[in-house]
Write a protein that binds this ligand. Structure first.
Ligand code: ZN
Ligand code: ZN
Length: 302
């Protein structure tokens, strides 16, 4: 809730005119309690996870030929029931784990100083904070993911996320509750260490969800904007991790590739790429070859 009754009062307090976005923010948030603004971050994830994978899922079910050249594992066809099953189970687990966690965390965010007022953050402040949050989460989740690929972690928790060797967008949140909760806590490490405006929190929640969905689409589109992000893993990178499954000791990075490179856990992936390049695989479509050669069980590449 803003401490100003009118836009004129807000402008007098700031000593300047409000920007267009700040006027919108004033109208939207001036009478809304802070806890409701904070809970929008749960809503953002719900909306993104419901809508973002939907167009590709509908195209895959209705017009598969139009996008099949970009499918990473082209021989795999998922039934319509799988899409619904993944969405339903993922949403249920999300609400009972991350949703509940975020719901109880309002006092923590208030305490660390997540702000809701004016002025809104600048473009560069937003960009820098998002970058820091992504890097912090990526590093923490790299190690969490490695822990989940120990015998105990995989058999007790992570096996659900690896149920399907050829992922789909709705599989981004298809996991054991612990597999969502602990990475979810890691995601908040950045905002706790470097508190931001609540709109950056919404943006971060939405973007990390979009990135996770993209990694699980099972498609590699050459026009994807993420192709321009340095050290970004993307769909092919994470698809390799899923296609190997239980025995995968490669490609643990959630968003970026640098941790796998630094700690030597991308050897299987790089070996596969080099091998297929040697075999002159068209367009380096290693997964098509991988499917042909029994990708999932080909453990010598792990
Ligand atoms: Zn895994
Ligand atoms: Zn995954």
């Amino acid at each position: 809730m803003l401490p100003y009754a009118t836009i004129v009062e807000a402008e007098a307090a700031l000593g300047r005119n409000l920007t267009f976005l700040e006027v919108i923010w004033f109208r939207y948030s001036s009478r809304m309690p802070d806890y409701l603004l904070y809970y929008h971050s749960i809503l953002c994830i719900f909306v993104v996870f419901t809508l973002a994978p939907l167009p590709l899922a509908l195209i895959e079910l209705g017009l598969p030929a139009s996008i099949s050249p970009f499918k990473i594992q082209p021989k795999v066809r998922h039934p319509p029931t799988l899409f619904f099953h993944c969405y339903k189970e993922a949403m249920r687990t999300f609400i009972l784990s991350v949703g509940l966690f975020q719901f109880t965390c309002y006092p923590v965010f208030k305490f660390v100083g997540i702000r809701t007022g004016l002025p809104l953050p600048s473009f560069w402040e937003t960009a820098l904070q998002l970058l820091v949050y992504f890097l912090v989460e990526d590093y923490l989740n790299y190690w969490l993911h490695r822990l989940l690929h120990t015998k105990w972690g995989y058999e007790k928790i992570h096996y659900i996320h690896h149920e399907y060797a050829a992922p789909i967008g709705f599989q981004a949140l298809y996991a054991h509750w612990g597999d969502l909760l602990f990475p979810g806590i890691a995601a908040f490490a950045g905002p706790v260490l470097a508190p931001c405006h609540v709109v950056i929190l919404w943006l971060f929640g939405s973007l990390r969800e979009l990135a996770s969905i993209e990694c699980h689409t099972g498609y590699d589109f050459p026009w994807s904007p993420t192709k321009f992000v340095p050290f970004y893993g993307g769909a092919i990178y994470h698809d390799y991790h899923h296609s190997v499954g239980y025995h995968s000791q490669s490609n643990f990075g959630a968003f970026f590739t640098y941790c796998d490179y630094l700690y030597g856990t991308d050897k299987g992936y790089r070996y596969r790429k080099a091998l297929l390049a040697k075999l002159k695989a068209p367009s380096s479509n290693y997964n098509e070859e991988g499917q042909t050669h029994g990708f999932k069980n080909d453990r010598k590449f792990d």
